[in-house]
Design a protein around this ligand. Structure first.
Ligand SMILES: *Cc1c(COP(=O)(O)O)cnc(C)c1O
Length: 387
């Protein structure tokens, strides 16, 4: 039988990386020494106190059952305390915080809570591909806001002002893939225009703790009035090397949080309690450990940026997140050709920018998720490709 997939699946963009993926697998199968700068998944192991908390929680029979709707109450209390320390924002743990099976899960489900078929949603171009899928699954129509280097990779407030009847906007700063940050002034302007136009703000703060040079990215919830219209998504994945554990949270406007919770109660039955206890241990960790994480990425970032500069490839250093967003060197016509050449000639995997949207063309993304020695090795190989 020929299975017809749904219209919503057919509406998803074609998978652009098929050719690159094939070449990567072939390279690995041939036993070539591949340096993978393609994946946004930290290479480090989860911290031991988190693992220990999970082991302890596993032994408790009470944790073997369906989790509570809104999760282990103590986790929400810990999140509220963390939020207060980090952003000086008070959240009510009983109404303004909801745990997620990873923030991607919440981001994917949230449009189902507020978007009707045909509703317009503003997305940046480029963007994390999951947003587009989430909006499409909910039947929403997307209007793209281009992100340009000349504007610090922030959407123009004027473009939002002029958009016709958008229902929601999704922003992500620190950004994947472009690694830019938003300052509080941008969020203030965004809250102002979205309040005027009745636009729900969806903010993805997965990289809040991955920043450089001591400049902490703000939360949109720091802006007065944001709590009336915004929901923010947070993740344990990047901060605590917990990508495989699947834990995050949504917070902000209580009606938006409650609407998401209603969708979720019909889709999943919450986060495994033992993982929530692991999350509590993570939030209680010594901040020095998180400082170490930043130091590791900063060393890698500097090795990559300085190394590339030395071989004639000038790249603006990222301000946050563990990605380098680099203009395609002049010798290649586009990002796909560039990525293919690096793979074929240097066994280096990087991601063509066009995979994140049309405005991503002309760029490649490199993830700093390999040790600094491998970055030095990669730069040496790149020199030969660019020569
Ligand atoms: C990694 C990432 C996430 C986090 O996803 P989890 O589901 O929490 O692992 C969210 N948004 C962006 C942009 C990311 O890169």
């Amino acid at each position: 039988m020929n299975i017809e997939v749904s219209e919503r699946l057919k509406q998803l963009p074609p998978y652009l990386f098929i050719e690159i993926d094939k070449a990567r697998r072939a390279a690995l199968a041939e036993g070539r020494d591949v340096i993978n700068l393609g994946v946004g998944d930290p290479d480090q192991r989860t911290h031991q106190p988190i693992i220990d908390a999970m082991k302890k929680a596993l032994d408790e029979g009470a944790n073997h059952h369906y989790p509570f709707d809104a999760g282990v109450p103590q986790l929400r209390v810990e999140i509220a305390q963390w939020f207060k320390r980090r952003f000086q924002v008070d959240l009510d743990p009983s109404t303004e915080i909801h745990p997620l099976i990873g923030s991607k899960e919440g981001l994917a489900h949230f449009p189902l809570a507020v978007i009707n078929p045909g509703d317009k949603v503003l997305l940046t171009d480029p963007a994390y591909p999951a947003y587009q899928a989430a909006v499409t699954f909910a039947g929403g129509k997307i209007q793209y806001l281009p992100l340009k280097a000349s504007q610090g990779f922030l959407p123009r407030i004027q473009d939002i002002e002029e958009a016709k009847n958008p229902r929601a906007i999704i922003v992500c700063y620190p950004n994947n893939p472009v690694a830019a940050v938003a300052n509080k002034q941008f969020y203030t302007d965004l809250v102002r225009v979205c309040t005027q136009k009745n636009i729900i703000i969806i903010s993805d703060l997965a990289y809040s703790e991955v920043y450089y040079d001591g400049v902490k990215p703000p939360s949109i919830l720091e802006v007065p009035g944001a709590r009336d219209i915004a929901i923010e998504f947070h993740s344990f994945s990047k901060t605590y090397f917990m990508t495989g554990w699947r834990l995050g949270w949504a917070c902000g406007n209580s009606q938006l949080v409650a609407a998401l919770a209603r969708v979720k109660s019909n889709m999943d039955s919450g986060v495994f309690n033992a993982i929530q206890y692991a999350g509590i241990a993570a939030l209680r960790m010594d901040p020095a450990e998180i400082e170490d994480m930043r130091a590791v990425y900063q060393e890698r970032r500097d090795a990559m940026i300085n190394g590339c500069r030395a071989i004639g490839w000038k790249i603006d250093p990222p301000q946050a997140a563990f990605y380098v967003w680099a203009r395609v060197p002049a010798k290649f016509p586009d990002s796909m050709t560039c990525a293919k050449a690096f793979l074929d000639q240097a066994d280096i995997v990087l991601t063509p920018g066009v995979g994140f949207g049309r405005q991503g063309e002309g760029y490649v993304r490199m993830a700093l998720t390999v040790p600094v020695e491998r970055i030095h090795e990669a730069v040496g190989r790149m020199a030969k490709v660019l020569a």
